[in-house]
Ligand binder design. Structure first.
Ligand code: ZN
Length: 131
């Protein structure tokens, strides 16, 4: 490469065009509604309930599905696929929420930092198969 003062702007044109092309592609927005689903008492923190956590994981599954789509035909990507397949990543995320590995990492008590007690995890699992 020549000394910097001898470099012509045209030499950077391909890299500039490549960089600009990156910003012309489809952009996927990840939106999370973080308003408290259950309004906390004054001075108390807003906490997610079990259904709220399931919804968050479910919707994040849809976001991951869209973000992971890189196809020639947009009609077969992300949320534009048949419903069963569109829901697959979200249902998988919902399933992972209830695993000991995820609960032990993310379902921590807001004051103690302790993971959800095993008895409560068992109760959630039992409730999931009620009926
Ligand atoms: Zn869904």
């Amino acid at each position: 490469m020549p000394p910097f003062d001898k470099v012509k702007v045209e030499q950077f044109q391909p890299a500039l065009e490549e960089g600009m092309a990156r910003y012309r592609r489809e952009v996927t927005a990840i939106v999370s509604n973080n308003t408290p689903f259950v309004k906390p008492a004054p001075g108390e923190p807003a906490l997610l309930g079990w259904r709220d956590a399931q919804t968050l994981f479910h919707e994040f599954g849809h976001a991951l599905h869209v973000l992971g789509s890189n196809v020639a035909y947009p009609s077969v990507s992300g949320g534009r696929v048949v419903t069963d397949y569109a829901e697959f990543p979200s249902k998988l995320m919902e399933h992972w929420l209830g695993t000991p590995e995820v609960l032990g990492r993310f379902a921590l008590h807001h004051q103690t930092g302790q993971p959800m007690p095993a008895a409560l995890v068992a109760k959630l699992r039992k409730a999931a198969t009620f009926n």
